[in-house]
Design a protein around this ligand. Structure first.
Ligand code: GLA
Length: 743
């Protein structure tokens, strides 16, 4: 038998002596008896609990349903028995584990201190709790005992929404800069028999595709190296099904997202005891971060919920949170629109746009949205290869400039919105000729252009000013511009910042912080201007960017059969009012009604010319727009219920129930049913069982009568939830919209 004695000198809390006995190769920790301090991060339904160990360090002791009596959490051990032989080796869940210590699994933070030492040990100093904007903010301050190196862990708990967001702040006052090799936002542990990860991955045109896999020993990482169009292959969200794959209406699930509009990394690691650690954060790929003394690196927020009732409840909580605290103008209205992108691409002039504004009016939408191709003079934007960076209206196409367009829109009786892609530059542009040093590129290497363009270096404050000025100038010159579609089509390639000089490892991070600086300034000056976040489709959809945007473009893929899946994926995290969905000419095999019903589940818009619609279809669309508006508070501000999954059937059904449960709207879709397949009634959820609801099928093509058996009947919420409505059919591309009104 060998034994070892280690002394910890923790001046902040107490002196501890821990004797470590090495028994037949196994460590036993004899700790002193000071009771650990408990720090509970609580929502109405969930608790995340920390305790200070006898060694003065901070450990997670619990994540689960809220305890009735929090003081009982003092019983939860910091050191729990673990290892294959049961009690003889202690396992700890350090709140923010550090590289170079006895952390045997993935740490949250790694730092090369000014003297070259790669180890960090963090000790609890103190913590404080304050009430901030609807939630409770707990800040836990940690410090190394050998270096003036500090980490503050932040936890903001939103009680009613059952959402916690957490992030870290890292700083130091060492003599020279510290190199941070990893710097997670948080580290969250969970114990169970098994874990299943659902990811939301894909590519352009197939965003947020859902797939589920068991998590076994080791790491599963979802990350991105794309820099700016960061979520092109993976949305920054995940679901963990605990003790089984996530279910819609039952079981414990952890759902979350990292609020970062750049390279992110979600690490899921199962350790030797079968416990899970989730480590969300910025991806440290090519990003060893140089932190100067007295600077603070604030990491992105990790937003999560722990639902005891499956993903449906988790989504509803995240939607509520996001409408209240996340999205720009989260509880506000949204504008329906007609976009011209697919209708005209780059080929249009003032007259053509004027005509489209009248078409917008004829459709009954609120706004006309002018897309790409309106700017650039020396290098006109007639294709994707020129003009980005030169934000003056093209004189040949638009002699009257933006102001003439605003006037035409007014005359047509609609609002006017405009597309920009302000973070980008084409090498063929006056901006590039003037400021090549504003561009991320390596001048000694072969350039690599994605969509013929390059990314401006937003780590440079001058570039931030310039990008801000694009929006500011348009709105100063044309205060009636009502909306922006802000695009971002290129990832960062050939990464190098002329501005950052010897701090190149900071570029991926400081670039995104520069973007936030611009967006914050725009939001401060133009709090009421709605903006759509677009990134070659849905490649930007994180909670942080969405603080500055009222909605996002879920995908360029508007084939309604595909869109059902894409919107289904995003619906797990983002509310319908944030999910822009347009009726287009993709998949002309589908009826306009089907396309329109799919788009009506989100923030409705059109990108189709009236020449593509028959008179009946136009009449149908007008009615659908009017119904969408009439049912706005039910659907866009109500509770969402995913009822029939397209992943598990050849159909889909989604319902929205008003908060007062007096109104609901049900959308059902038959995608490609099998011959003779069994069709079960669609059972509603979230209704009041004691209320009676009138069933009305709406959004019917002109002259078409509803074939729905229950149409016109008054049925109890109880019946509608237990028996359901026979809404599904055996035909391809049939859809129904059914309004339920409490009598
Ligand atoms: C991206 C967007 C499209 C459109 C084009 C314009 O691809 O996703 O909606 O705006 O850019 O170039």
């Amino acid at each position: 038998m060998m034994s070892a004695l280690i002394f910890y000198n923790d001046t902040h809390i107490m002196k501890s002596i821990i004797s470590l006995l090495l028994l037949t190769g196994t460590l036993v920790v004899h700790a002193n008896t000071t009771r650990p301090e408990i720090i509970a991060i609580s929502t109405d339904s969930t608790q995340l609990i920390y305790a200070v160990g006898d060694n003065g360090r901070l450990y997670q002791t619990y994540l689960g349903p809220r305890l009735a009596n929090t003081t009982e959490a003092t019983l939860l051990p910091v050191n729990r028995p673990g290892g294959t032989d049961g009690a003889s080796r202690m396992v700890t869940w350090e709140a923010y584990s550090t590289a170079g210590s006895e952390t045997f699994f993935e740490p949250a933070i790694g730092a090369l201190h000014a003297d070259g030492n790669p180890s960090t040990y963090l000790y609890y100093k103190n913590h404080e709790t304050t009430q901030v904007n609807g939630g409770t903010l707990t800040k836990i301050h940690l410090a190394d005992d050998q270096y003036p190196f500090y980490v503050t862990l932040n936890y903001m708990a939103y009680p009613a929404e059952n959402v916690i967001k957490t992030w870290s702040e890292i700083s130091h006052s060492e003599k020279k800069p510290v190199q941070l090799t990893q710097y997670a936002s948080a580290q969250i542990y969970k114990d169970a028999q098994s874990f299943y990860l659902t990811e939301f991955t894909g590519d352009w045109g197939k965003e947020a595709g859902m797939s589920t896999q068991p998590l076994l020993f080791g790491k599963k990482i979802i990350d991105t190296h794309l820099g700016s169009r960061a979520a092109m292959h993976a949305s920054p969200y995940f679901i963990i099904g605990i003790d089984g794959p996530a279910e819609e209406n039952s079981g414990e699930v952890l759902m979350g997202g990292i609020a970062w509009t750049g390279n992110f990394r979600l690490t899921f690691e199962i350790d030797n005891d079968g416990s899970l650690r989730v480590i969300p954060g910025i991806n440290p790929y090519a990003s060893t971060y140089t932190l100067k003394a007295n600077e603070t690196l604030t990491t992105p927020e990790f937003v999560f919920t722990l639902s005891q009732h499956g993903t449906g409840q988790g989504s509803r909580d995240l939607h509520d949170w996001s409408r209240k605290y996340g999205l720009k103008d989260g509880d506000g209205d949204r504008l329906t629109l007609l976009n011209n992108w697919e209708n005209t691409y780059f080929t249009f002039d003032q007259d053509k746009l004027g005509q489209l504004m009248h078409e917008a009016k004829a459709l009954g939408v609120d706004m006309f949205l002018l897309d790409d191709g309106w700017f650039g003079n020396k290098y006109p934007r007639n294709n994707a290869g020129a003009g980005l960076g030169d934000w003056d209206a093209n004189k040949a196409k638009l002699p009257g400039g933006v102001s003439a367009l605003v006037d035409s829109a007014k005359a047509a009786g609609v609002k006017f919105g405009i597309w920009i892609e302000p973070e980008m530059v084409n090498p063929k542009s006056e901006l590039y000729e003037k400021h090549p040093e504003w561009v991320i590129q390596q001048t000694n290497r072969q350039p690599y252009y994605y969509r013929g363009q390059m990314v401006l270096d937003l780590s440079n404050p001058k570039v931030q000013d310039y990008v801000y000025s694009i929006v500011d100038r348009i709105l100063t010159d044309n205060p009636d511009v009502a909306y922006f579609k802000w695009d971002c089509n290129s990832p960062i390639t050939n990464i190098y910042s002329p501005y950052l000089k010897d701090r190149q490892g900071n570029l991926y991070v400081d670039h995104v912080k520069g973007l936030y600086n611009v967006l914050d300034r725009i939001k401060a000056k133009y709090p009421d201007t709605p903006m759509m976040l677009c990134s070659g489709g849905g490649a930007r959809c994180d909670y942080k960017a969405l603080e500055s945007f009222t909605e996002f473009w879920a995908s360029d893929d508007t084939d309604p059969a595909e869109r059902i899946f894409i919107q289904w994926g995003f619906s797990h995290f983002l509310p319908a009012k944030a999910t822009s969905a347009h009726v287009t000419s993709w998949n002309r095999n589908t009826p306009v009604k089907f396309r329109c019903d799919v788009a009506s589940m989100g923030k409705l818009g059109f990108d189709i010319g009236l020449q593509d619609l028959t008179a009946d279809e136009l009449a149908y669309c007008r009615e659908a727009v009017a119904n969408w508006r009439r049912l706005y508070s039910t659907a866009m501000d109500g509770d969402q219920y995913r009822l029939v999954s397209p992943y598990k059937s050849n159909h889909a059904a989604m319902a929205y129930v008003a908060k007062d449960r007096n109104k609901a709207v049900l959308y059902t879709f038959d995608i490609h049913p099998r011959l003779g397949e069994k069709k079960l009634p669609v059972r509603l959820r979230g209704l009041d069982p004691d209320k009676n609801y009138r069933v009305d099928e709406i959004n019917l093509m002109p002259g078409k009568k509803s074939s729905l058996k229950e149409n016109g009947k008054v049925l109890s919420g109880d019946y509608l939830m237990k028996v359901g409505i026979n809404a599904l059919t055996g035909g391809d591309y049939n859809s129904r919209v059914i309004e339920l009104t409490a009598e």
